[in-house]
Design a protein around this ligand. Structure first.
Ligand code: SF4
Length: 314
C-alpha cells in the first residue's frame, strides 16, 4: 500500500492517462506517443519547473501523502469529575468561560490568550496579500504572528546600504499593523535565514521597529532543500541577485538575458541558502541576538531526523 500519489498531483497540474502503478505512479500502460500530462512526461520537457505548485503566488500548498497515523486517531477524553480551565462549579464551568490561555518561553514568558499561533508568513505574494488580516486577528486574539524569511530582501522598495537593510516599507507595514492592535498578550516574531542575517534584518527590526521576538531558522523554505520563489522579470532577477540571493539561471549572463527576452523561459528562480547548524556558532548567534536587544529568542526547525530534534531540544 502506498501512502503517496507519485507522478500526478493537482499541485502541479499533472495527471496520468490511465490507472497508475502504485509505486512508480506511471500508467500501467505507458503509451508510446502519449503527450505526457504526468509529472514524468511534463518534467521531461520543462525540467524542474514542474516541481513548483501552481499557480505561483496564489496557493498555499500541502502534501498529499496520506500518513497512516493522524490526529483523527486521537480522541480527547473528557471527565465528569472536576474541571480544568474553569472552577469545578456547574454555574461557572460553562463553555465560553473556559480559560485556555497559556505562556511560552523558558524564563521570561510570553503570555498568550489562546494555545496556538500562526505559521510564518514570509515573502510570498500570498503571505503579503493576507498579512493584514492575519496580523490583526493575531493581535486581538492575543497570540503570536510570525513574519517569515526574506521579507526585506524581496521588498522591491527596500533600501539596502552597504549590503545591509536600512529600510523596508513592507517589513515596516507588517510590524506596525500588528503593533497597532496589540494589547499586551501574544507578540510579533520575525524569523531570519542566511540571507536575512547577512542583510542585517534582526538588527533592523529590533532597533528600528521595536520587535522583541527573533527566530533563527535551522533550514528554511522547504527545509532540507531551501526555499524558492519565481521572478517574472529580468529586472527583478538582477535586483535580487544584487541583494545576495542565488538566482537561476544567472540573470547577469548575456546568453540567459537573450533567451529570456525571446521567451525561451518565462521565470527566474530565486533560491535561498541552507543554514549550516553548528553548536558553538548557534550559541554565538543567540548571544548576538540578546546583545542587539532581542528580548525573546525562539528557534524554528524542520521535520529532520531524530538527532537534529535532540539538538534543538538540548
Ligand atoms: S507519459 Fe502518458 S502514458 Fe506514460 S505515464 Fe505519463 S501519462 Fe501515463
Amino acid at each position: 500500500m502506498t501512502f503517496a500519489e507519485p507522478n500526478r498531483s493537482p499541485a502541479t497540474f499533472t495527471k496520468t492517462r490511465v490507472q497508475p502503478a502504485p509505486q512508480s505512479g506511471l500508467c500501467v500502460t505507458c503509451l508510446d506517443g502519449c503527450p505526457g500530462p504526468c509529472e514524468v512526461g511534463r518534467s521531461a520537457m520543462r525540467g524542474r519547473e514542474v516541481l513548483y505548485p501552481q499557480p505561483y503566488s496564489k496557493v498555499t500548498a500541502g502534501s498529499e501523502k496520506d500518513y497512516p497515523v493522524d490526529f483523527s486517531h486521537f480522541n480527547i477524553q473528557g471527565t465528569c469529575v472536576g474541571a480544568i480551565g474553569a472552577p469545578a462549579d456547574s454555574d461557572h464551568a460553562t463553555f465560553p468561560a473556559v480559560n485556555v490561555s497559556t505562556e511560552v518561553g523558558a524564563t521570561d514568558k510570553i503570555r498568550m490568550k489562546v494555545p496556538y499561533f500562526t505559521g510564518a508568513l514570509g515573502s510570498t505574494d500570498i503571505a503579503r496579500i493576507h498579512w493584514e488580516a492575519m496580523a490583526v486577528a493575531a493581535a486581538i486574539s492575543g497570540t503570536l504572528v510570525v513574519v517569515g524569511e526574506n521579507v526585506c530582501g524581496m521588498d522591491p522598495a527596500a533600501e539596502i546600504k552597504n549590503g545591509r537593510v536600512a529600510r523596508s516599507p513592507e517589513m515596516e507595514r507588517r510590524v506596525k499593523t500588528f503593533q497597532r492592535w496589540y494589547d499586551g498578550e501574544g507578540g510579533i516574531v520575525v524569523q531570519y535565514n542566511v540571507e536575512d542575517g547577512r542583510l542585517g534584518v534582526p538588527e533592523y527590526v529590533v532597533d528600528q521597529l521595536g520587535v522583541q521576538i527573533i527566530e533563527p531558522k535551522w533550514g528554511q523554505g522547504a527545509k532540507n532543500i531551501g526555499g524558492e520563489v519565481k521572478l517574472p522579470t529580468l529586472e527583478r532577477a538582477l535586483q535580487l541577485k544584487s541583494r545576495g540571493y542565488i538566482v537561476l539561471p544567472d540573470p547577469e549572463d548575456p546568453v540567459v538575458q537573450e533567451a529570456f527576452k525571446q521567451g525561451d523561459f518565462k521565470e527566474f528562480e530565486r533560491h535561498s541558502r541552507l543554514g549550516m547548524v553548528e553548536e558553538e556558532a548557534f550559541h554565538k548567534h543567540v548571544e548576538h541576538l540578546r546583545k542587539i536587544g532581542a528580548k525573546h529568542v525562539s528557534l524554528k526547525t524542520g521535520a529532520y531526523r531524530p538527532a537534529d530534534l535532540a539538538r534543538a531540544v538540548k
